[in-house]
Design a binder for this molecule. Structure first.
Ligand code: 3CP
Length: 699
């Protein structure tokens, strides 16, 4: 088998176009194109999943929502529905994603911060209190702690009087992309895939209206993948899920129409439309080739506007970006859509920004006439030929993945991480060098700073969760819970029984999410692979620029002075696994002359301090996106000051990520020297670090 290294892939293939090379398209560009004569609603669905598309039913307005407690999020759900949303989408907090109860010491700082805290079926009942689950479809973004969380949803629905056979909704259940980019896994890939197939099996038998997967490209795009790589990775993963379900003897025509898809939609306006059209064709061909019928082959899509395209600088510009991206999703024929709030590069949305995001969809749906025409781009010389190009490009990526051993091997070898990371580095270098325009970031900057942002103070939420867990434990039969949990452990060991059915019994007996997770951890321990970054790519892309060279010389002077490169430890802290930023910074700092080490994910402040003190590091860089920066970074700072020869003044501590300006002083008081927000170029980061370590810390 021929293996293609990342370096062998031609740069023009890695870098998809920001601008089209051909500017005029004519009838001749349509010649030889297949699929043009099929109507919408017929395989291969180039022109749309349904014959009547939005004239029959407009896309579902489904805003990803969740913060604080179940009660608070329930109020937000009801508000969103009363304001025009047509479906729900639950954002869980990081402890819930990773199977920690809110009382777990590793969870405390992050309870309720970036989603709703759910510890038990009782919380789930509070989350959906007063919502008619026969009418409203509920999507849940859950992959790590999927068994107990989905079990809690199903049992809560039953206890609230709903028949699970009638429930409509979607569970994300896409664990492969977690290992590739999103990083909210719990167990290793093999047991995780068994869990995923158990869920497809259980839902196809017991909840036939519930979509058992939302196979996701969105996170690839957020991590740096351009549209056709995003599509190829999504389809490659989908094929593994099909293989696994078919190996379980599930009937393709029974389960496949409930595998749904989820794509990101960025600022590459035309390509994003073409990508969705191409996706339907490629999926339809795959399913039909396996013997699936037309219903099984219909790809249904949820889209989310790009989080990564949002700038922290002049955030109101993000409203415009989101509107444009939403239009791509709609022209591409999405079934369901989330539009980001304009302030999401700063914090979680305020009530005002959440309402504007929802209104963006309502205005598009009700004021523009956009829903009156089925596939308005159909037949366009340009769009049809671009769709075909994306099909071809995606197929080339799929072949490359196969040449590298297929998805699982390419994942294990790190090839997939490298490919995505390298596209991210390319994009970052182009933005930093002002080759890719980013208004307010690398062009037409202003120093406007927004003030109204939402902050979650989670002390009251933690107390409430503690009380709820205590109340739950008082009223349950511990014996019954222990039996159910033991049975779950045994079933994981034997591998022969459906784990969702058993988890539902444990949850019904009032086991918590954390307890169910721990029952499985006895057999399948927490997985924690290393994280790597690519050296010598970002630097090569910046090598012609004077500012890059100026700072590189400064770093080099430090190296000469100490006869070795300055060593920096870079990490994520806590339970957040979004690592595009820290990997880019690691690659950039390494190329500018640092000896950069990236830690594994999910480390505690204690772990980080231990690692930092073990080696001769001159700086520590922490990336935070989860809103728990003040608590967790202060803990690191306090421990360093307490354990080592540091004072607040000479602590070589740097923080990057989504940090509200009002927290700057708290972080600086703790000893943080510089704070880097999204959009900060690498040479500024390097310059600040060198300046600080050489002057303040006397390195
Ligand atoms: C729809 N229907 C139609 C038509 N349109 N029937 C006839 N003619 C039409 N024109 C029917 C469908 O067949 C279906 O019925 C019903 O109406 C609902 O339509 P749908 O297309 O299935 O729409 P919906 O229920 O909204 O489901 C959309 C999909 C679903 C299928 C995409 O999976 C979904 O909602 N996904 C959302 C995923 C999500 O929210 N993810 C959040 C990620 P039948 O069911 O009877 O066929 S948030 C991640 C954030 C980042 C992070 O990870 O941190």
């Amino acid at each position: 088998m021929r293996t293609t290294t990342v370096g062998q892939i031609k740069s023009e293939f890695m870098k998809e176009q920001y601008r089209n090379q051909q500017s005029l398209f004519t009838q001749s560009d349509l010649s030889g194109l297949e699929n043009l004569d099929y109507k919408p609603g017929a395989a291969p669905y180039l022109r749309g999943a349904y014959e009547s598309m939005y004239t029959g039913k407009p896309w579902t307005i489904r805003q990803y929502t969740g913060f604080g407690s179940a009660e608070e999020t329930n109020r937000a759900f009801k508000k969103s529905l009363s304001e025009g949303a047509s479906g729900l989408s639950v954002a869980f907090d990081l402890p819930t994603h990773l199977g920690f109860d809110s009382t777990d010491s590793r969870a405390i700082a992050e309870v309720g911060k970036t989603g709703v805290a759910i510890d038990s079926v009782d919380d789930m009942k509070r989350l959906f209190e007063g919502i008619n689950l026969n009418d409203v479809s509920v999507s849940m973004t859950m992959n790590g702690a999927i068994l107990p969380v989905l079990a809690a949803f199903l049992v809560a629905a039953q206890e609230n009087g709903f028949n699970i056979g009638d429930l409509k909704g979607t569970i994300q259940n896409d664990i492969l992309k977690e290992f590739m980019v999103r990083n909210t896994w719990i167990h290793a890939p093999t047991p995780s895939l068994k869990i995923s197939t158990d869920i497809i099996e259980y839902l196809s038998h017991n909840a036939p209206s519930f979509n058992s997967q939302s196979i996701s490209g969105y996170h690839f795009q957020e991590a740096g993948a351009e549209p056709s790589l995003e599509l190829a990775l999504t389809l490659a993963n989908a094929k593994i899920y099909l293989d696994n379900a078919q190996a379980r003897n599930l009937d393709l025509n029974t389960f496949c129409h409930r595998l749904s898809f989820f794509f990101g939609v960025g600022m590459n306006f035309f390509d994003e439309i073409a990508k969705l059209r191409a996706a339907r064709v490629l999926w339809s061909n795959e399913v039909i080739q396996r013997g699936g019928n037309a219903k099984a082959a219909r790809m249904k899509i949820h889209c989310q506007t790009s989080g990564w395209s949002l700038a922290e600088q002049e955030p109101h510009n993000n409203l415009i970006r989101t509107t444009i991206e939403a239009m791509s999703a709609i022209f591409g024929g999405t079934q369901s859509l989330h539009t980001n709030a304009f302030d999401e590069a700063l914090s979680i949305p305020t009530e005002e920004s959440a309402r504007l995001a929802l209104n963006t969809q309502l205005i598009l749906q009700e004021e523009t006439g956009i829903t009156d025409i089925v596939d308005p781009w159909g037949g366009s010389y340009f769009m049809e030929s671009r769709t075909q190009q994306i099909i071809n490009q995606t197929q080339q990526w799929l072949t490359l993945i196969e040449n590298n051993g297929g998805v699982i091997k390419a994942l294990e070898s790190g090839w997939i991480h490298q490919i995505i990371h390298q596209q991210a580095l390319q994009t970052q270098a182009d933005i930093d060098a002002n080759r890719k325009p980013f208004i307010g970031v690398n062009r037409y900057q202003s120093d406007y700073k927004p003030t109204n942002i939402r902050k979650i103070d989670n002390k009251a939420i933690i107390q409430n969760q503690q009380k709820s867990i205590e109340a739950l434990k008082l009223k349950r039969s511990d014996k019954h819970v222990t039996l159910a949990l033991n049975e779950l452990t045994q079933a994981a060991q034997s591998g022969t029984r459906n784990l969702l059915a058993l988890t539902m019994e444990a949850i019904r007996a009032r086991a918590t999410i954390g307890e169910c997770t721990n029952a499985l951890l006895k057999v399948w321990p927490r997985y924690n692979p290393t994280v790597s970054f690519s050296a010598n790519q970002y630097g090569d892309l910046r090598s012609n620029e004077s500012e890059w060279h100026r700072v590189k010389k400064k770093v080099s002077a430090v190296r000469k002075h100490h006869s070795k490169k300055p060593k920096i430890l870079l990490c994520k802290l806590g339970l957040d696994g979004h690592d595009r930023g820290i990997k880019t910074v690691a690659a950039g700092l390494s190329d500018i002359g640092f000896d950069a080490t990236l830690t594994p994910l999910f480390l505690t402040p204690e772990d980080i301090v231990e690692l930092f003190l073990k080696d001769n590091y001159c700086a520590l860089g922490i990336s935070m996106l989860s809103g728990s920066h003040v608590e967790l970074v202060s803990k690191v700072a306090n421990k360093l000051v307490a354990n080592a020869s540091f004072t607040r003044d000479n602590l070589p501590l740097f923080v990057g990520g989504i940090i509200p300006h009002e927290d700057d002083q708290l972080l600086k008081d703790a000893g943080v020297k510089s704070i880097f927000r999204p959009g900060t170029v690498i040479e500024v980061i390097a310059d600040q670090i060198v300046m600080n370590i050489t002057t303040l810390t006397n390195y």
